[in-house]
Write a protein that binds this ligand. Structure first.
Ligand code: UDP
Length: 374
C-alpha cells in the first residue's frame, strides 16, 4: 500500500515550500511511486480567522515593517514568552488542524516551518495518531527557538552551528541529524563550462557576470545596487532576477543600462544563471546561499531579515565565502575591486563557497524520512 507523507508548512516567504518540494522531488527520485506526498499550508487552510490571514502580513512585516519584526522575533525567542503565547493561542488552533490530520491519516509528518512543531505535535496528539514526526529546520544558523520541540522523533538541521543551537534549546543529541539545506536536484548536475552556459543564455562569454537577486519575492535594494554596478563596472554584464516582484521588473526594464543587462522575472533555471555568473548579490536567504555554495558562487549579502537570517551573514563571512555590504555603492566598489586583474579574492571566496556546499542534502533527508516510514 502506498504510504503518505504529510508536510506541514506555511507560505511565509518562498523558502519553506521550496524546501518541501525539494525533498518531495528527492523522495520520488529515490523511490518512484512508493509514497504519496502532501504539502499543506496548515496556517492558511486549517486555522480559524483571523489566524489564517497572518501569513499575508509576512511580506509587509519583513519588508517595511522590519523594525517591528526585529522586536517580535527577539521577544518571542524568550522561552517564557513563547510558552505564554502557545497557551494563549493553541486552544483556538488545535481543533481544525487535528481534524485535517485525522482525515489524511499520514504515515509520517514532517514540519518545515517554525510554527508547525509544537503545534504540529498538539495536532498529532489531538488526532490520536501515533506516527513519526520530523522537524526539518530550514534556517541556517540563528533559527527561532520555536523550531525546537524535543518530543519530535527526529530533528534535521542544515549546519553544525544549527545543531549546537538545537541542543541548547533542549533537543536530545541522538535526535539531531545534520544534512544541509534541502535544494532542488537540478543543482546536483556537475558544473558545466561557464562559457557554454553563457552562450546558451544569450550572454557575452568573456565578461565578468554579476547576478543580482532578492529571494523569490525580489526583496531588497535590487534596483539601486544594479544601477550602481552598471555605472561603476563597465567591464561587467548583469543578470537581474526580480522574482515575483512585478513592479521591480517593470522599473528595471524601463531603465537605460550602461552595460549589457538581462532582466528576468521568476525563473526556474536558477542553476544555469548561477553557473553563468562570477558573483551573486543577494539578501541572506538560506536557499539562495546554499545554492550559491553548490555552484561555487560567492554571495555579496546586501541585506538580511533580522533574527532567522542574522546568523547567515556571520556564517558566510566567517568562512570567507562571501561578504556583507549594506550600501549599494559599497557593493559596486567591492565587486570592481574583486574584478581587478591579479586580485585573488574572488577565486579564494569561490573555493571557500564550494567547500561549504552540500548538494546531496535533499537526497540525504529523503533517505532519513523513508527509513522512518518504511
Ligand atoms: N528562486 C527561484 N526563482 C526566482 C527567484 C528565486 O527559483 O526567480 C528561488 C531561489 O533559487 C531559492 C528560493 O527561491 O531557492 C528563495 O529562497 P531563500 O531562502 O533564499 O529566500 P526566501 O524567498 O525564502 O526569503
Amino acid at each position: 500500500m502506498e504510504r503518505t507523507i504529510l508536510f506541514l508548512m506555511s507560505d511565509t516567504g518562498g523558502g519553506h515550500r521550496a524546501s518541501a518540494q525539494a525533498i518531495e522531488e528527492a523522495v520520488h527520485h529515490l523511490y518512484p511511486q512508493r509514497y504519496t506526498i502532501i504539502i499543506e499550508d496548515m496556517w492558511k487552510n486549517h486555522t480559524p480567522w483571523p489566524f489564517n490571514r497572518m501569513p499575508d502580513l509576512y511580506g509587509w512585516i519583513t519588508g517595511p515593517g522590519l523594525p517591528l519584526w526585529r522586536v517580535l522575533w527577539s521577544m518571542s525567542a524568550y522561552a517564557y514568552v513563547q510558552n505564554i503565547l502557545f497557551i494563549l493561542i493553541f486552544s483556538f488552533l488545535v481543533r481544525s488542524g487535528a481534524n485535517y490530520l485525522g482525515m489524511v491519516r499520514p504515515d509520517l509528518i514532517v514540519s518545515v516551518h517554525p510554527m508547525m512543531n509544537h503545534l504540529g505535535m498538539a495536532w498529532l496528539r489531538a488526532a490520536g495518531l501515533n506516527v513519526p514526526f520530523i522537524t526539518i529546520v530550514t534556517d541556517m544558523v540563528t533559527f527561532h527557538p520555536s523550531w525546537i520541540c524535543p518530543e519530535v522523533t527526529r530533528c534535521i538541521v542544515p549546519t553544525d552551528q544549527a545543531r549546537d543551537r538545537a541542543l541548547k534549546f533542549g533537543m536530545p543529541p541522538e535526535k539531531v541529524v545534520v544534512c544541509g539545506q534541502p535544494v532542488g536536484l537540478k543543482f546536483i548536475a556537475p558544473n558545466r563550462d561557464k562559457s557554454a552556459i553563457r552562450q546558451q543564455l544569450g550572454l557575452l562569454t568573456d565578461r565578468y557576470t554579476i547576478m543580482v537577486m532578492g529571494g523569490g519575492e525580489g526583496f531588497g535594494k535590487i534596483y539601486k545596487v544594479a544601477r550602481q554596478i552598471a555605472q561603476q563596472a563597465p567591464q561587467a554584464q548583469l543578470i537581474i532576477v526580480a522574482g515575483r516582484n512585478r513592479s521591480l521588473k517593470h522599473k528595471l526594464e524601463a531603465a537605460t543600462w550602461e552595460i549589457p543587462t538581462h532582466i528576468y522575472g521568476f525563473v526556474d533555471n536558477m542553476p544555469d544563471l548561477m553557473r553563468a555568473s562570477d558573483v551573486l548579490v543577494t539578501k541572506a536567504g538560506p536557499g539562495t546561499i546554499s545554492e550559491a555554495f553548490i555552484t561555487g558562487l560567492p554571495p555579496v549579502l546586501l541585506g538580511y531579515i533580522p533574527g532567522q537570517e542574522t546568523g547567515n551573514v556571520a556564517y558566510v563571512q566567517e568562512h570567507e565565502a562571501g561578504v556583507y555590504a549594506r550600501k549599494p555603492l559599497d557593493v559596486a566598489h567591492l565587486i570592481c575591486d574583486w574584478m581587478t586583474p591579479g586580485n585573488p579574492t574572488l577565486q579564494h571566496m569561490s573555493q571557500n563557497a564550494a567547500r561549504l556546499a552540500r548538494p546531496q542534502a535533499s537526497l540525504q533527508i529523503a533517505n532519513e524520512l523513508c527509513q522512518l516510514v518504511g
